[in-house]
Design a protein. Structure first.
Lengths: 295, 113
């Protein structure tokens, strides 16, 4: 629940530092983003675009209450609770595939070093693969600025009190960012090892980042994220000489949760393991492109 | 897992279906939640009243059906009960059990008036 994942209560709130005209504004669809549903869009996720590459999610108007009388009856629905998000995710996946964009969704707890790792990886990929980045945080565009300093285009999504990115937000961000054909897209999710696990964004793979300053038992404590991921990056390996962290035990725990998980030990500071990660990205992107070409 | 988002989806799905049915309000919503899904049923209940306020589902009762977990053990060659996503096989103690049921998250039915 909210108090467990730290996302506050009630609804997603507009970034308070930004102009307040985002409140209760209508969902003006002046963008070309195809919505995979046919209803009248009653939900309140109207994003507020800023010129500085930030998309804010504010709260909108509540639905109407229509009084009336009729007999009570049961109606079968049989709809997956995540079906809306999954429909947006399919749409994102289709858009990305059409442009040959290989997308990775980076998930971790706050402070695992995701942004530093991405910046370093972008440097390592220079001249080999074009990269653009979608940054997700509750507040500030600090991370997007750090990424832009590497020369890569980046857009920031501020989720307000939201504790994860969803496929609808990412669809708008993809449209604004407009990644170049046959490039790689990094999506840095909100730092949270719980909530982002269930939300497909349309990525090719989830990459979970864990740092050696956390416990070896994190995969056992937060299994859903390790089940959802295809690759584990164990970051901050440069600190290992100063810690009692058991790398073998940590990887064994992760593999117990997900036997198909691939693992790499890396350091964004010294660059250890980054060559292997870059090779993994290039191989995975090529494999994906080949699979798409085959249809 | 973000139960607030999920609750918003539950209410949206119910309200949308209620509008289609021409109902004036939703009085009960029944959801299936697998025992191995990343959802805390109490958190859903906690969020539901707040999220439903001001919608056709305001005041509706949320009923949560817990579905048991199960998995296929390739070593035993059969389906076994699973209490945790990464639990060992209760028959042979092996780690290779693949989950086959228990991660459901579905709005099953609702009562409208």
């Amino acid at each position: 629940m909210c108090s467990v994942c730290g996302c506050g209560e009630a609804q997603v709130v507009l970034d308070k530092d930004k102009p307040a005209n985002g409140h209760a504004h209508p969902h003006d669809h002046d963008h070309g983003h195809d919505h995979p549903h046919d209803h009248d869009h009653p939900h309140d996720h109207g994003p507020h675009h800023h010129d500085d590459g930030v998309i804010d999610y504010g709260q909108g108007a509540a639905g109407a209450h229509a009084p009336g009388v009729s007999q009570e009856r049961m109606v079968a629905i049989e709809r997956d609770i995540l079906s809306k998000n999954d429909a947006y995710a399919r749409e994102n996946r289709r858009t990305l595939a059409a442009k040959g964009v290989f997308a990775l969704n980076f998930v971790s707890s706050p402070g695992s070093g995701k942004t530093a790792l991405l910046a370093r990886t972008i440097e390592a990929l220079k001249g080999r693969l074009a990269v653009s980045v979608i940054e997700g945080d509750q507040q500030t565009s600090n991370d997007a600025e750090r990424i832009r300093a590497t020369g890569a285009p980046a857009i920031q999504i501020n989720t307000g009190k939201g504790c994860h990115l969803d496929a609808h937000m990412v669809g708008h961000a993809i449209e604004t960012l407009d990644p170049e054909p046959n490039s790689t897209l990094f999506i840095e999710n909100v730092g949270n090892l719980v909530c982002p696990a269930g939300f497909d964004l349309g990525e090719a793979h989830k990459v979970v980042v864990l740092s050696v300053t956390e416990g070896e038992d994190k995969p056992l404590k937060y299994p859903d994220m390790f089940v959802a991921a295809d690759l584990l990056l164990l970051n901050k390996s440069d600190l290992l000489p100063h810690l009692d962290f058991d790398v073998g035990l940590c990887l064994a725990n992760a593999l117990r949760i997900n036997p198909h998980l691939q693992t790499l030990v890396v350091s964004a500071k010294t660059g250890e393991g980054l060559a292997a990660f870059v090779a993994w990205i290039e191989a995975s992107a090529a494999r994906r492109a080949a699979a798409l070409a085959k249809g | 897992m973000h139960e607030m988002s999920l609750t918003e989806s539950i209410v949206e799905i119910a309200v949308e279906a209620a509008r289609k049915e021409g109902a004036s309000r939703v009085t009960r919503v029944v959801v299936d939640v697998g025992a191995l899904s990343h959802v805390e049923p109490e958190a859903l209940e906690f969020c539901f009243a707040a999220v439903a306020r001001g919608t056709l589902a305001e005041g509706a009762r949320l009923e949560i059906t817990r579905l048991p977990g199960a998995g296929w053990c390739p070593d035993c060659g059969k389906t076994v009960a699973l209490s945790e996503r990464f639990a060992v096989c209760p028959e042979c103690g092996g780690f290779r059990v693949q989950m086959t049921a228990g991660d459901e998250l579905k709005v099953r039915e609702m009562e409208i008036a």
